[in-house]
Design a binder for this molecule. Sequence first.
Ligand code: PHE
Length: 343
Amino acid sequence: LQAEALGAIGAAASLDTVEAERVRLLGKQGQVTALLKTLGGMTPEQRQSEGPRINGLREAVSAAIAARKAALEGAALEARLAAERVDLSLPAPDTPRGSVHPVSQVMDELAEIFADMGFAVATGPEIEDDWHNFTALNIPETHPARAMHDTFYFPDPGSESAAGSKLLRTHTSPVQIRTMQSQQPPIRIIAPGRVYRSDSDATHTPMFHQIEGLVIDRGIHLGHLKWTLETFLKAFFERDDIVLRLRPSYFPFTEPSAEVDVGFTWTNGRRILGGSEGWMELLGSGMVHPRVIRACGLDPDEYSGFAFGVGVDRLAMLKYGMDDLRAFFDGDLRWLRHYGFAA
Ligand code: PHE
């Protein structure tokens, strides 16, 4: 029996089989148990010779079962450990990450640069009314500048005049009006945001971005405007050799008005900002027109100020050497990657 039992236990391939062997041999009805029971009916002499043999059998069988169980459990653990092992040497899967769009990045940079000069950020609605976008800025209904702005109007069947009609703001200048109406001088704000004009080619998109600047206080003059623009452009382009040229110009809401050019030099057939071998038109500016100050309820004899408006997309193109404005709004990751804006 011992040889047969030990053989069966050793051959058991699973814990269930080992358990079945245990029941068959050591259970209540087990074969070894039955042998043990026979000891009770034996003579003392028989018991003396059979006792150790039968008990030896029982011990050998339980030891074999315990050993087989341990071996099978060990193997199962090994298998589990092998299956569940984390391979730290495997390269991690590539997780795509988002990035900040160049236009947003430039707007953030500008807000930071102007914050250092004491400017707060102001906002206004993209759906404007005619009064804030034009009339209050000294652009009356008959003014030719309205036609120049290629305005998107909302259909307004109920009104005869343009005065109450809604439109998509054509510039950030209406934020000048809203700020002067809601704040008392000294005012120092920039107003970044989207503007809209019905226009589309390589350098014009129907939606683009501007940043408006406005300073209103006592005794503000053109020198303050020029210093502010110089300081901002040197910080933005990270160059000390930026040269500005103020060219007399015309905007209905500023007097005098100046178009600001930035100087560049030719290097290897390319225009590099800095120096003054040539000039690039950059932004519009001027001293806020007394009529605009008065339209906002302030006294132009007491307060003066300057304003400027600059294309954010244009600034980004100049800083990063991009050449097609439309690509800004295509959402093409390859383009963003090319200029280092996406991973
Ligand atoms: N609003 C003008 C434009 O969009 C720019 C400008 C702003 C000019 C402020 C002067 C002062 O062209």
